[in-house]
Design a binder for this molecule. Structure first.
Ligand code: FDA
Length: 394
């Protein structure tokens, strides 16, 4: 039986940050991960360049049943603190868009920073070990892995969500929570592409690879203004990934395909100078031509010259394009999702230390908790913030 002060399950973003902090406090810390490398999700994130934080991160960028929980967490260790850390390590990075910071070279640079911090803090990292079970003892916990048994005073669960099972996602964190009677809120794939019903899929799959700047609105009124991307399975792109966190099965989303143009006004103007022009050509000059052809072929928009359109038809057409309604069939699920919505209820945890209110010495940080960020570096920031806060206490 290996004895340590702190055992961390998961050598991901949250686990490594927490381990280094606890190590700096003089705690003996071991991190266990079933993968053959630490930080595997960091390595594939942001197209291999890791969008490691967002300059504008604030509680509004997160979904959580208790916004104060996120506020408390982010305020203790902010994006500026993480930027200060990477600056100290000399990381080369750049601002891409909307406050998103990416590595210039490779996501490996972020993993290297975390590993250096862990090394300086005297942390032991054990890879290729799957955590199988946890038991409470009088002085802490016994953790059984595929290779060994550990006894620890503090147990930190940083085992992530269910996304990307190929990269070692397991439900162990939720199981441990349930074992100790902590509520786990229903989980769902989020930041994930939509699949379409067969009819729409067949119509639009030829557009695969085409993106359109749009505003996408969910039924709860949440909106994102970014690109949508047609894929051979359905719809993706940043605006779709964002809205997927707010979409529920059976609901529709509204897509404003021309957010910068008053389409009805534009047609009225063009009618005066160029009335013979076909509607198809007018629309084809502001939207992908192939898309318009599909809509005309399907009878969604009339195949007429613009001077043949009645006022009502113009209004209907503008409404159609500004509020294009799509009812997804579903999502691509955990296989391609970036994050898992739901997880350990924040009401069960201290927002200061991430310790379970009812179980002394048991902590949950990162994606295994119910906090889910938007796309754009927010999820890593939450991993750093929760990992740091827990590392001061565990
Ligand atoms: P994480 O999942 O990183 O780590 C958990 C670890 O626990 C894993 O290493 C796993 O192997 C281990 N584990 C699980 N069960 C175990 C068991 N039973 N025994 C032992 N080990 C076990 N976010 C962002 O902010 N910017 C971005 O650019 C991206 N990009 C991105 C791309 C893709 C493709 C994905 C899938 C996700 C992103 N994300 C992102 C989201 C981000 O990766 C995610 O929010 C964090 O990695 C969560 O960090 P955690 O440390 O909580 O879990």
């Amino acid at each position: 039986m290996v004895q340590v002060d702190v055992l961390v399950i998961g050598a991901g973003a949250a686990g490594l940050m927490c381990a280094a902090q606890a190590g700096y406090r003089g705690r003996s810390v071991t991190v266990i991960d079933m993968g053959k490398k630490p930080g595997r999700k960091i390595l594939i994130s942001g197209g291999g360049r890791c969008n490691f934080t967002n300059e504008n991160a604030s509680p509004e960028n997160y979904l959580c049943t208790n916004p104060h929980f996120v506020k408390s967490c982010l305020s203790r260790y902010t994006q500026h603190d993480f930027i200060e850390l990477v600056d100290r390590h000399g990381l080369a990075y750049h601002h891409k868009t909307l406050g998103q910071l990416f590595c210039d070279n490779s996501a490996q640079d972020i993993v290297d920073i975390l590993l250096t911090e862990c090394e300086w803090a005297g942390v032991t990292i054990q890879l290729r070990q799957e955590v199988l079970s946890v038991e409470k003892t009088e002085s802490g916990f016994t953790v059984t892995t595929s290779e060994a048994s550990y006894s620890c005073e503090s147990l930190v669960v940083a085992s992530g969500g269910l996304t990307m099972p190929k990269l070692g996602a397991t439900p162990i964190g939720y199981k441990i929570a349930e074992q100790f009677d902590l509520e786990v809120l229903p989980t769902m794939a989020a930041l994930v592409p939509f699949t379409l019903h067969q009819h729409d899929k067949a119509r639009f799959e030829a557009l695969s690879g085409i993106s359109v700047p749009s505003i996408v609105t969910a039924e709860d009124g949440t909106q994102f203004k970014e690109n949508i991307l047609f894929t051979h399975r359905g719809l993706s792109g940043p605006a779709i990934l964002q809205i997927s966190s707010f979409w529920r099965a059976g609901q529709a989303v509204l897509i404003n395909l021309l957010p910068e143009l008053d389409l009805a006004g534009e047609i009225h103007t063009q009618r005066q100078s160029n009335g013979q022009k076909s509607l198809k050509n007018v629309l084809g000059s502001v939207l992908p031509k192939r898309f318009i052809e599909i809509l005309v072929a399907g009878g969604d928009i009339p195949d007429k010259a613009i001077n043949q359109l009645s006022h009502t038809e113009i209004e209907q057409l503008a409404d159609y394009i500004h509020n294009w309604e799509i009812k997804p069939n579903g999502t691509e699920g955990y296989r391609t999702a970036e994050v898992t919505l739901g997880g350990v209820n924040s009401a069960e945890l201290s927002s200061k230390t991430f310790e379970a209110n009812q179980v002394k010495g048991l902590y949950f940080i990162g994606e295994v908790t119910e906090v889910t960020g938007w796309l754009g570096g927010y999820n890593f920031q939450y991993a750093w913030s929760s990992g740091w806060a827990c590392g001061q206490a565990c």
